[in-house]
Structures are given as structure tokens and as C-alpha cells.
Design a protein around this ligand. Sequence first.
Ligand code: GLA
Length: 397
Amino acid sequence: MREVFADRYGSPEGAYLVQAPGRVNLMGDHIDYNGLSVLPMALQRHVSVLYRERDDTTVRIASTAKVYPTREFKLSRPIKPFKAGDWGNYAKAAAQGLLERFEVGRGFDAVVHSDIPVAAGLSSSSALVVAFALAVLHANDHEEVERLELAELLAEAEHYVGTRGGGMDQAICLAARRHSASRVDFNPLRLTAHPIPPEWNFVIAFSLVRAQKSGAARKTYNARTRESREALAQVTKALGVAEKIDSYPLLVARRRTRDLLKAAESALDETLLRRFRHVLTEAERVRKAEKALAAYDPRGFGRLMKESHESLRDDLDVSCPELDELVDTAARAGATGARLTGAGLGGCVVALCPQERTDKVLERLTKRFYENREFEGALEDQLFVAEPSGGAAVHPV
Ligand code: GLA
């Protein structure tokens, strides 16, 4: 990063380094945008931004990866997006969101480097948005901003790239605790950390199928958010409830899952029924998974992971053959449970492995999955053990 920086902008003297972690979600996928709680943890892999502030409003960004060309824009509203899918839009998303709320007069020259596999469901894009946002705030002396307030603002700001995502990724990226997973609640945003037992290993395996958040996967993702909202509207209408129920959290607080599913059977068509069932059962699995984690019950946790994968595959239709194969291979090799993680449609699986079986799982996945396939970069970038890490931070260099 220093070399690229020196090459483009001169000496990095007086520069700062922002590091924003990727994340793996252990339970609760495709429900955060419905306001339901989820259970992610931050990873030891980061998006890093080495930046030095400027006296004007120009932002210049370069990447250590050659596929991402240099980008430049000004911090003045409104910020017109680059064309759809351009990586520079993640920086613009952060900037546009912050400009709506804060006095921002100083831009920066920056170099970006990431060791989070891109478009792999480990939230490299939100980490990029968070890292840029922290650079903008730091360069403009706005360090007083609360982490959770910032997470909410950035979740909204990221819609700039076109995906109507929920708020999980920004929240865990900014407020994760080391050695822990966190239950993330929404409206208001809140995190409750739960230590991960040291003998539980979460293995992450990339399916080698990329799911670009700003590309094709966006359409399916946005369709799922629409379908789940539609299902909610139809079920509450069919229930004929007197009180106003306009959200999933209210619905599950007022009615039992079993009763809701019964009502849904006659109210919804086949597709919406499956979407609705995923949302409700996944929300319940988050509650149970949190308990299993607190009780150090790996078997219980693993069972829930298996059920979650089945639900994401069969009810939500967001798995793919490669993800199913990884889940299956991990389970056969002795993982306690495995599931796709994140938005799906490619990306990664996460497998819970007892310490004594972790090497075996890694070895089997390597042999059965990766040895027959071509991929860019090292095997350690596709297959690794997660280290539950802390949230994003700014350091002087
Ligand atoms: C993406 C979104 C998140 C969440 C997951 C699926 O990562 O950014 O908000 O919806 O998909 O759980």
C-alpha cells in the first residue's frame, strides 16, 4: 500500500490507516432487512484504506488490485454515481451519506487494499463503505460520531449502489467484539456480544461462485426483500387483526410461529409461502442459536445450521450446487453443522467444526472441492478458519 501510495501521491508521511473487517454470519440470513435479529461475527480479514487528507474536497482512490482503476470525485452534493457496478460507487455511497448529515470540507488521497475475497458473501463491499466513511469522518475531525448511529446511516447510504440491503453488515463491521459473535437487533440498533468457545472452529469455504452485490445477484436479492414484504402484508390482512401489525418483529411478538404458518398456508401462494416460512423459521433459529452458543452446545448449534441451509436452499432459493456440495462435504468430513452464509447465490459456506475434526474438514474440502477446480490466488484465501475479530479502527502510520 505504501508503494502504491508513494507512486501516486508522494510520501505517505502523515497518512492514516483505516481497517474495516469482513464478516461471517452464523445464523439469520435474509431477515435483517425485515428488522429481525441476526448473529454475525467480524473476521480477521479487512479492507484497508491508507489515506492522507487534502486541503480541498477532492477524493482520489487507487487500489492495490490492478482490476480496479483509479477513481476521483469531489465531496460536494449531489454526488453522481459512476456507472453501475463500478467499485468507486462504494466510496461515493459513503461520501453521499455523510454529506447529508455532516460538515465535510476535506477530501483525501487514498490507496485501498483488501484481503477479504471479493463478492464472496463476506461483506467486502460494506467493509469498503465503512472504511471510506471512517476516512471521511477522521479527515474532517468528526470522531465524535457514535458507532451505531454511523452503522445505521451507512446501511441507508449503501442503497446508493442499488441493493436494498439490511443493516447487519455495517453494524458488525463497526461494532464487533473480539472473540465473540454478536446478536444484532434493529430499530433501535443494538449489539449483544456472546463469546465463541475457544474449541469451536468456524471454517469458511468459498464456493468460487461470485455473487456481485452491485451486479446480477442484486436482482434476486431485491426480489427476496419485495416478496417477504408482500407475504407480510397478505398474512396480516388474512389474519384480520384489529391492531396494526406492519413489521415482522411485531408479528412474531404477537403470534406463535406455528399459528402464523397455518394462517399463511391459506393466505399465500406457493412461492410466497416458502419465503414467509424461511423468514419465520430463520428468526426462530437465531433465538435458539444464541441459546446454544451461550450454553456451549455445539450439537444444537450445528443442527440449526443444517436446518438454516435447507431453508435458504428450499424455501428461499438462494443456494447453488457449489454451496450445497461444500455443505455436504463438510458434514461428511465431521463438521457439526454447515450453511451458506450471507446473501447466497454463490459466496461462502460456514461450517462449525470441533477442534479435533477441523484439520480433517479442511483436508477433505481441499481434496474434494478445490483440487478439481481452478481459482485465483492462494488456497488460504478460499478456505480458512475464522477468527472472531473486533470492529473497524483508524490508526496513525
Ligand atoms: C447481504 C446484505 C445483508 C443481509 C445479507 C443476507 O449481505 O448486505 O444486509 O441481508 O445479505 O443475510
